[in-house]
Design a protein around this ligand. Structure first.
Ligand code: ATP
Length: 810
């Protein structure tokens, strides 16, 4: 009993509404549903993880079912990473499977002329072409605006810094105040835009796009609001002086453009203006979004092959040769068009000299000696270590944010503004205190720098890295000559920028992590380069030429690999960015080893984001140690089924009472009394039933609804599955007596498995076919269990006390 009392102090019993939300303070009677609310509720434990129960059974449930959960809570504490890995009820699955209904078959049987087929194919390729063009327009627009305004901002700061640092003026408070005010003001706008318009636009968007392509529905991710918040937001974030890049958000924006072009409709005051509707199935949109993400990366780095591979490796879950070809086509169009647009902007459109938003530019001396390889390997290991430190720190910060900061929207905005103010202050303090003056010319002759602290002799080296955009800073670190920065300058820069990068990623602003990671890596890589030249002045090629650029490049690659853990695509992206294949081997080594070292400590940054958000992502491979787990261990039973022709009232009650998204249809066994026992005949989705109910496709028993024949597949495609709710459908008592016929609409050939299927086999079915539901059938082909992707995603392997064991997330 004492234990139950203790448990009750850990969980509060709270009434739960039918849609699974906690509704504290509302009147409830006996028989109402209740949920157990955890101390951390509001950020990681939602209604479905707390289960629902009736008032009378609370005590018994507390002592049995929740004891286990509470034990773990006690064991690991409220902040335990394990509990961040809970699955979140708000993420639903996509319907990637094509519904094999009578309606679909009728459509399949329609004779299609060769001409129509050709037109269809052509329009399909046109859509992929348009995705490339759309992404390029967006990318070039973002680049031009950022460069234009950044130029004004840094030129203003330079003027004030130069002027005020002289003994005569002595007004250094002015530039820092101006710098901080500009940063805070712009970041305030950037964060407010994302926070209030579409929070899904926060961050780089790549983890969310990856989850979407894996089969998870993320409301708002591909909306017009997300597009505006993403594109305008990223411009503002960079101008606001945050330690972030615009390359990651390009993948998300490309995905939104792709979905928009594919759907062919324009949102208009909560309605849509339909233009065309050829590619509206989840399946089609998924493929287009994969192309959009690839185009975004391609436009950002001028790397079409790398972009395509990035989409394959990091984002998309379903591939075939034709799709890869189409995605590559889009990526190539995006790269070429961005190049054309940026070159045209610079006044020489035919020269095509701007292949991406960020170029590493050609390295004059990218050759290497084999004896340098051990140094590169050590650097890769360092990259893995620093990368995982970045992930761990960012993870802790994300949990802290979810717990304390992200409960109120305005706090998010204030935090982002604070970070931008601190970024300006830190840069100023570093420039002011270090006074590392150099006469070496910066690689980019147009780069801004100040003479602050140099008494007319050269310029402040630190200012070259801070009076520019993060991309400019990266280029400076990669290409500036050996003696441009002192060791102290680099050490302090890398430390401060690392902390700013950790603090910035996860703010409620549109921001990418590619460039900050590359910059951090380039800075410590440069340091190592300086060390190598000092230690072996005559041995390695670099030493003779005193070129630290390639060490900076290896450092950048290692840091990025240690953070993101992507190997093939990043190797290709960096090789495409440098335009030198001979150095590809070293880049690959750096990325591979940094990934191995990083994986030893943590998951990658994107995977950490996915886990913290509780998204039910299915990885490529089934979890280890699950060979002995059989479908009977994790299926849900008993199964709620419907007959092919059901009473509307009964269907309505069932949908009101349960939130299941799929219902097997059975043929009633004439020899059995139970009307819910019989052979499986199909499966119908909740969303399909809701569309049928809202369109009133039902009639009196023995008749055929007058509107049944007018329902087409487009009626289902037009409606967003999350837009229709059973609570919004009103039925009269008379209508509830009618019957609804599921036969024309149900999937007649659902995937089924028998009880003795093991988890790895079921996992591969879900992963390979993009399933949402799997029906478990008995030897008599009667449905006896249901499995969804969340049932699978709950299984994870964990290392506990040095041993690998299975954990079943609740
Ligand atoms: P998603 O909403 O993303 O498809 P989910 O797991 O939330 O995933 P639901 O269909 O809501 O999908 O199912 C919730 C739980 O209920 C799952 O554990 C599933 O196995 C079970 N379930 C689904 N449909 C039925 C059904 N018709 N009868 C009994 N249990 C079901």
């Amino acid at each position: 009993m004492a234990e139950i009392e203790e448990l009750q102090t850990m969980f509060t019993v709270v009434p739960v509404s039918n849609d699974g939300q906690f509704c504290e303070g509302k009147q409830t009677g006996n028989g109402h549903k209740f949920g157990l609310k955890s101390p951390a509720q509001g950020y990681d434990v939602e209604a479905d993880q707390s289960d629902t129960l009736t008032q009378n059974s609370i005590t018994s449930l507390l002592s049995s079912k929740f004891r286990d959960v509470a034990k773990r809570w006690r064991q690991y504490g409220v902040d335990s990473p394990r509990f961040r890995k809970r699955l979140h009820s708000k993420w639903e699955s996509m319907n990637y499977e094509i519904i094999d209904s009578q309606l679909q078959r009728k459509l399949n049987e329609e004779k299609v002329s060769k001409r129509k087929l050709a037109m269809l194919m052509l329009s399909n390729w046109l859509v992929y072409f348009a995705i490339g063009i759309g992404t390029a327009l967006m990318a070039a627009g973002v680049q031009i605006i950022v460069e234009l305004i950044a130029h004004q901002k840094f030129s203003l700061l330079k003027t004030y810094l130069d002027k005020c640092s002289t003994d005569k003026e002595n007004c250094l408070y002015q530039p820092i105040l101006i710098w901080m005010s500009i940063n805070v003001g712009i970041t305030l706008l950037a964060s407010a835009l994302v926070t209030y318009l579409q929070p899904m636009a926060a961050g780089s968007g790549i983890p969310l796009i990856k989850s979407y392509l894996n089969g998870v529905r993320i409301p708002g991710l591909l909306s017009l609001q997300a597009f505006v918040a993403k594109c305008v937001g990223v411009v503002l974030s960079i101008l606001g002086g945050l330690a972030c890049g615009k390359e990651g958000p390009m993948a998300h924006s490309g995905g939104i453009i792709a979905a928009g072009i594919g759907k062919g409709r324009i949102p208009w005051f909560k309605k849509y203006i339909d233009l065309y509707g050829l590619f509206r199935t989840d399946h089609n949109i998924r493929d287009l979004v994969a192309a959009g993400a690839a185009s975004g990366v391609s436009a950002a780095f001028g790397a079409p092959v790398g972009g395509t591979l990035f989409s394959v490796e990091e984002a998309a879950s379903f591939w075939n040769t034709e799709l890869v070809w189409k995605v590559f086509f889009s990526a190539m169009v995006a790269c070429f068009s961005t190049n054309f647009l940026l070159s045209a902007y610079e006044g020489h459109p035919t020269q095509l000299s701007n292949p991406g938003l960020v170029r590493f530019n050609t390295f004059p001396n990218l050759t290497f000696d084999l004896i340098e390889i051990p140094v590169f390997i050590i650097m890769a290991a360092i990259g893995g270590l620093i990368g995982s430190l970045f992930v761990v720190m960012n993870y802790k910060l994300t949990v802290f944010r979810q717990k304390y900061l992200h409960r109120k929207k305005w706090i998010k905005v204030v935090e982002a503004s604070l970070v931008s103010g601190v970024s300006a202050l830190a840069a100023f303090v570093l420039m002011f205190t270090i006074k590392d003056c150099t006469t070496a010319e910066p690689y980019n002759g147009h780069a801004f720098n100040t003479t602050m602290g140099c008494d007319g002799e050269g310029h402040n080296a630190m200012s070259t890295m801070f009076l520019t955009t993060p991309e400019g800073c990266l280029k400076a670190l990669l290409h500036d000559s050996y003696d441009n920065y002192s060791v102290l300058t680099l050490v302090l820069f890398v430390t401060v920028f690392f902390f700013l990068g950790v603090w910035t990623y996860g703010l409620s602003v549109s921001s990418g992590v590619f460039i900050p990671s590359l910059t951090i890596g380039a800075a410590w890589g440069r340091l190592i380069g300086l060390g190598v030249i000092q230690l072996f002045p005559n041995q390695v090629l670099t030493s003779k030429a005193k070129d630290v650029g390639k060490y900076a490049l290896i450092g950048a690659a290692s840091q990025l690999g240690g953070c993101l853990r992507t190997t093939i695509s990043l190797t290709v992206i960096i090789v495409e960015c440098t335009g030198d294949i001979t150095f590809g081997l070293c880049i690959m080594l750096a990325l591979m080893i940094s990934k191995w070292v990083g994986d030893f400590f943590t998951t990658g940054l994107y995977d950490m984001n996915v886990e913290v958000s509780g998204i039910p992502l299915l990885s490529w491979e089934p979890p280890p140690l699950c060979d002995h787990v059989y479908v009977s261990d994790f299926m849900s039973q008993p199964v709620m089924t419907f007959l092919p022709v059901e009473k509307v009232g009964h269907v309505y009650e069932c949908l009101m009472g349960e939130s299941f998204n799929g219902f097997p249809i059975i043929e009633q066994d004439p020899n059995c009394d139970s009307r819910y026992k019989g052979k499986l005949r199909g499966i119908i989705l909740r969303f399909q039933i809701l569309v049928l109910l809202s369109k009133k496709v039902f009639c009196q028993e023995g008749q055929v609804p007058s509107n049944q024949n007018s329902i087409t597949l487009k009626d289902f495609q037009k409606t967003s599955p999350v837009a229709v709710r059973i609570e919004d459908i009103q039925l009269t008592d008379q209508e509830k007596q009618y019957v609804i016929d599921f036969r024309p609409f149900m999937n007649q050939t659902p995937y089924t498995v028998s009880l003795n299927f093991s988890m790895p086999r079921v996992f591969r079915l879900f992963r390979g076919l993009g399933l949402r539901h799997l029906v478990v059938v008995s030897d008599e082909f009667e449905p006896i269990g249901m499995v969804t992707r969340k049932d699978l995603a709950k299984y994870r392997a964990e290392i506990k006390k040095g041993m690998l064991h299975m954990e079943h997330l609740t």
